[in-house]
Design a protein around this ligand. Structure first.
Ligand SMILES: Cc1cc2nc3c(=O)[nH]c(=O)nc-3n(C[C@H](O)[C@H](O)[C@H](O)COP(=O)(O)O)c2cc1C
Length: 186
């Protein structure tokens, strides 16, 4: 029997009613057999300072251990000012340091994102892909899950109600598990 693929899910928003956290919460219901998703909350990761990178706070140590223990990383992110929200970029930076101790090294990664606007986080997602180059992560190229007009697709309880959006997340997860297995088999 194939080993279970453990995916660590991260939302790039701390907002209580976050559409992006809603996308992530839908993922465990849509993940294929043979894979599981654990969500890690970025709340509490302090602003990064290189002065303290050799003595990281407990939350950052815990975060890096979770990343290392995961087979793959799933990020659901908003777009802020055409780019990656500071909360997510800060978390990425924290786990990438100190030099030589990059927890992201070699990890398969997939992205999705939701916005009430019409571009569904496209610009943030391409900026995020750029950071994966230096982190030496392995992003899944397709399908791209960019959810525009998210307020019409996610209800007041945070449930993703739009069938097409659920289908897209399901497709992403299926491709992502295949991608992760392929990379692990090397
Ligand atoms: C600082 C800031 C900048 C934003 N910039 C963009 C943007 O560039 N593109 C966009 O589609 N939405 C933008 N928005 C709107 C967000 O898409 C919206 O607040 C969304 O709900 C955030 O994701 P969340 O629901 O997961 O918190 C911005 C919101 C904030 C607070």
């Amino acid at each position: 029997m194939e080993k279970t693929i453990n995916i660590l899910g991260l939302a790039g928003s701390l907002r209580k009613g976050s559409y992006n956290r809603s996308l992530l919460r839908a993922a465990p219901e849509l993940v294929p057999n043979g894979a599981s998703i654990e969500i890690f909350d970025l709340e509490g990761i302090p602003p990064f300072s290189q002065d303290f990178e050799n003595q990281p706070p407990e939350k950052v140590k815990e975060f890096k251990a979770k990343i290392r223990a995961a087979d793959a990383i799933l990020i659901s992110t908003p777009e802020y000012n055409y780019s990656i929200p500071g909360v997510l970029k800060n978390a990425i930076d924290c786990a990438s340091r100190p030099y030589g101790d990059n927890a992201w090294e070699g990890k398969p990664v997939a992205i999705m994102g939701a916005s009430p606007g019409m571009f569904g986080t496209a610009r943030a997602q391409y900026h995020l892909r750029q950071t994966f180059v230096f982190l030496n992560m392995h992003p899944l190229n397709r399908p791209e899950v960019m959810v525009p007009y998210a307020n019409e697709k996610i209800d007041a309880n945070g449930k993703v109600t739009d069938p097409k959006t659920r289908e897209k997340i399901q497709e992403l997860l299926q491709s992502f598990v295949i991608w992760t297995r392929r990379l692990k088999e090397g």
